[in-house]
Design a protein around this ligand. Structure first.
Ligand code: AMP
Ligand code: MG
Length: 337
């Protein structure tokens, strides 16, 4: 009887110890969750968290991070922004300070990138409808009309706190920056909750928290723009965010020609300057927007801009089936040897 009791006690002790290691420090096995959001699969991986945090707190923190991503997705598409856009040239609309800040930041990035990234691009996005069932190649006059609206788009922030977008038909588009912002906010929420090592990955954009595996860098695989399931580069990064824009992400074919979702604001057509661009920056919001801008600028212009902005970047174009790859020194230094 005594032996049995000792045996039960021992078994209990071992179980509690195993549970402790599973939940108090998850360095043994990461916690991974994936949910469909932001038009892609968003994966949150937790590798480690601090002492007072318990396993269930981690799951709650992951839920809160996903909720935040959903909130930002709605704010920057269906809800506030959508309503303001629909009232362009007609009346002002009250949007949140947070959205105003995001729009301001988008205009700053537009300035930094010589207009290659611009939140004014909305009329072109609505016209082409790429990724939607109604996607189509518009008539030339429609593209010219959209470009005209874009060239005079202005957002006025009124004294009563509301915003007035002009002219009629103007539309602010945050598709190339809001995903990065959502990833940043999700990381902040996880960190505030006590996560010390992890990653939020949303399609082509990701940000890391802390270090994985006792001070080793994160291995980030950059996909090959032309060969599915193959990678073109592996990076070792210690912190920050990586964003990739590619012409393979959202694309449709008409009369043997492929049309993708990243527009050249000068022509009104999908940019043919690149096939993919990758940027590593301190935060995902900037990495996301810069990657889109560098795609439009092409390998040479894109990498020059990366040097001006002091970020690591690789921009790839294609010529007759051959890849033309440009990268700056900052990027080369991150490549796995
Ligand atoms: P990304 O995949 O981050 O490069 O973002 C592409 C999305 O950004 C598109 O689906 C459009 O919604 C929007 N977009 C396309 N072209 C531009 C551009 N030149 N500047 C800003 N946003 C753009
Ligand atoms: Mg982007």
């Amino acid at each position: 009887m005594k032996k049995l009791r000792i045996h039960i006690k021992l078994t209990l002790l071992i179980s509690v110890t195993i549970l402790f290691f599973l939940f108090a420090s998850c360095s043994l096995r990461p916690i991974v969750q994936s949910r469909h959001m932001l038009g892609t699969e968003v994966t949150i991986t937790i590798h480690d968290f601090n002492g007072p945090m318990q396993g269930r707190d981690v799951l709650l923190a992951i839920d809160a991070a996903y909720e935040e991503i959903r909130r930002i997705e709605l704010m920057a598409s269906q809800k506030e922004l959508y309503k303001m856009n629909n009232l362009s040239g007609v009346s002002s609309y009250l949007i949140s300070d947070e959205l105003i800040e995001l729009i301001y930041h988008a205009y700053d990035v537009s300035y930094e990138t010589y207009g290659a990234f611009t939140p004014d691009i909305g009329p072109l996005v609505s016209l082409w409808k790429i990724g939607k069932p109604e996607e189509r190649v518009p008539q030339n006059w429609e593209i010219q009309n959209a470009l005209e609206v874009i060239s005079v788009t202005q957002i006025q922030f009124l004294d009563n706190g509301s915003s007035f977008l002009i002219p009629q038909g103007a539309r602010i588009e945050l598709g190339a920056i809001a995903k990065g912002y959502a990833v940043d906010r999700a990381c902040e929420i996880l960190e505030d909750a006590g996560v010390t090592a992890g990653m939020v990955w949303a399609g082509g954009d990701l940000r890391v928290i802390g270090n994985k595996n006792n001070g080793k860098p994160w291995r980030i695989v950059i996909r090959h723009p032309r060969k599915h399931n193959e990678f073109i580069e592996i990076l070792n990064i210690w912190s920050g965010a990586v964003a990739t824009s590619g012409d393979y992400e959202r694309v449709f074919e008409e009369n043997g020609h492929k049309y993708h979702h990243i527009f050249d604001p000068n022509t009104g057509f999908p940019s043919d300057a690149s096939i993919s661009s990758t940027v590593i920056a301190d935060n995902c919001m900037d990495a996301d927007a810069y990657a889109t801008a560098m795609f439009v600028l092409g390998p040479e212009g894109g990498v020059n801009l990366a040097n001006e902005l002091s970020v690591a970047a690789m921009v790839i174009a294609e010529d007759d089936g051959e890849l033309l790859i440009e990268e700056n020194e900052k990027f080369t230094r991150l490549k796995e040897k």
